[in-house]
Ligand binder design. Sequence first.
Ligand code: SAM
Length: 253
Amino acid sequence: MRIDVVTIFPDYLAPLREALLGKAIDRGLLEVAVHDLRGWTHDVHKAVDDSPYGGGPGMVMKPQVWGDALDAVCASPGAGAPQDTDTPPRLVVPTPSGRPFTQAVAEEYAEEPWLVFACGRYEGIDQRVIDDAARRMPVDEVSIGDYVLVGGEVAVMVIVEAVARLLPGVLGNPASAKQDSFSASLSGLLEGPSYTRPEVWRDLAVPDVLRSGNHAAIERWRRDTALERTFARRPELLDDAELDAADRAVLDR
Ligand code: SAM
């Protein structure tokens, strides 16, 4: 997969090259290019923002600069993107007013060969940039949660990390992503608690069943704790979960 990020703070994205994602880049599973938006400014001050039409506080990112940046970035695929330049990338624009970013969206993005991210700052990007890009490529405005950050860079890191760990070969054990919270194999539930050695720590013991060697009982315990945790913390997730009679009995307790 090829990922391009356009930002006024390229150094902010440095952690994308750390740890698991760094290894994925080194192994050629992922290609990441970060572009400085100011490279597409035309004035001596390298201005990327201007005051909003209609008045009000804050500044809005200028359409000319963003338009030129996206024209250039979306026309020049790296080695990891489809080399047929007629195939545009999917443009992802983080914004608090976007479609909620969920595990299902991460799975959708993991199927894409090429994603371009546009990091907003200030009051955001002039809407015409998004409307114009949508005439040529799929565009998603996405939110990572119901709160407001100062810029899109952290949102991009969240999204890229969630997507990259789903790419084939990135996780050491691909089975672990399949059993995570929100995964289809967990019916979209939260995962239950996990334990490792020692058996007793600060007088707290690991649940007996996990040391029993009884795989069926362990599976049932994992399912039960996932159901209980989801019921306690995120009951709305149960609305869409596929539950059988045994699951319902747990919830009726
Ligand atoms: N005026 C905007 C609003 O009220 O919707 C908020 C702009 S915010 C201060 C600046 C930038 O941070 C946004 O353009 C976006 O890139 C990013 N951002 C802030 N919160 C976000 C969130 N919850 N999800 C995704 N991106 C976010």
